[in-house]
Design a protein. Structure first.
Lengths: 210, 171
């Protein structure tokens, strides 16, 4: 039975994507700074802080067109091609639009994915143009993919020292749920989320979108 | 006997060719603004808030190509592939809008939430623009799995499409 359950879990985790590791410091002050920097909620597991990769985020795309002129909220224009995600599509004012686009661009750069040139083909034609977003991406250089913890053993002088093996820390992964309502975490131990300044346990390793 | 066995084996092998299915149904969705009601003109369904898919269009399966301004008039073709005439009640207007709704099945290679469920959003600017008999169209799309042979980043697959107007222009 255990083997069957393990097999099912393993099968479910196939095609899961590794969370983006961003910090080993999970004090509240640091978490607040990370949220401010990356414009995303955080996942915490085993004293590590992570971001969800774009593969596990809702990533719904919308568009529109009209025979009449569509009066949209005024906004700065952006040089970086942006995808009309749900937040941008239904935004009511300039601030909402800018926050949504900035969040999208940050996560795309961190994930190393190319922003989709959606605005360029004029579909939806909500936002696009010439101004540049200035982002502070200096923290990106500190992102590491693995944390290697090397344990040194104390041996007797009469014995030859044996070479030590580094213990490679395996980061958790995530996979979008079949109905698209959220994502499931794999390889975690009592994970929690840091959202709106509140630390809360993640029930059943499932993170639901609002 | 050997001849009969070979014939049966051949028939069995070729029977698989006719059952290939490159689409999968999308079973449910949500109208994001729960005050919006979309009802079928023929009375067959009404959707509001969370819903189970009441019908399935097949525009994807028929590779209906629509981009940009062409999308505005593509409702006439969508109706050939099981799109439905609807009336749409939105909170900003007293009178129901006329419309055509596509709830399409998904490309089996589709990725992301848009290929798993519908989320219908009708931003007010598009409702406001659907006046004096002019058409607005809103939609959601998804991408498909990366094929290493071709660049598919720009391929959009529509999950739902809704054309609306304040006048009955969709006949």
């Amino acid at each position: 039975m255990r083997i069957l359950l393990a097999t099912i879990v393993l099968a479910s985790s196939i095609y899961a994507t590794e969370l983006i590791y961003i910090s080993k410091d999970i004090t509240e002050q640091t978490l607040q700074q990370l949220v401010k920097k990356y414009k995303q909620d955080l996942i915490l597991n085993d004293s590590h802080a992570y971001l969800a990769p774009s593969e596990c985020l809702t990533s719904r795309y919308f568009g529109g067109e009209s025979e009449n002129k569509v009066v949209l909220p005024r906004s700065k224009t952006y040089a970086t091609p942006v995808t009309i995600t749900q937040e941008v599509f239904e935004a009511d004012d300039t601030q909402e639009i800018e926050e949504a686009i900035l969040k999208q661009v940050v996560i795309q750069k961190i994930s190393g994915t190319t922003p989709k040139a959606f605005v360029g083909d004029k579909e939806g034609h909500l936002f696009g143009g010439e101004s540049e977003i200035v982002l502070d991406l200096s923290a990106q250089r500190s992102i590491v993919k693995e944390v290697k913890v090397v344990e040194l053993r104390t041996v007797s002088k009469t014995k030859k020292e044996e070479p030590t093996q580094p213990i490679v820390y395996k980061h958790p992964t995530c996979k979008l749920l079949d109905d698209g309502s959220g994502y499931k975490l794999f390889g975690t131990q009592n994970p929690s989320s840091f959202k709106d300044g509140i630390l809360a346990p993640i029930s059943g390793d499932i993170v639901l979108f609002n | 006997m050997k001849y009969i066995y070979s014939l049966l084996l051949t028939l069995f092998m070729f029977s698989g060719c006719s059952s290939t299915n490159y689409t999968q149904p999308i079973p449910s969705g949500q109208v994001k603004d729960s005050s919006i009601v979309i009802r079928a003109v023929d009375g067959s369904f009404k959707i509001q808030g969370d819903f189970q898919t009441p019908f399935q269009s097949t525009i994807h399966y028929h590779s209906m190509n629509m981009n940009g301004k062409k999308m505005l008039k593509a409702y006439y073709r969508a109706l050939q592939y099981n799109a439905k005439h609807v009336r749409v009640k939105v909170p900003s207007q007293d009178k129901e809008l006329y419309g055509v709704l596509v709830l399409d099945d998904a490309d089996y290679r589709g990725i992301g939430s848009g290929a798993k469920s519908y989320k219908i959003i009708i931003p007010k600017p598009y409702v406001d623009a659907a006046r004096d008999g002019k058409i607005s169209v809103v939609y959601e799309y998804y991408h498909i799995k990366d094929d290493t042979m071709f660049d598919i980043d720009d391929i959009k697959k529509y999950s739902w499409i809704l054309w609306i107007s304040d006048e009955d222009v969709f006949n």
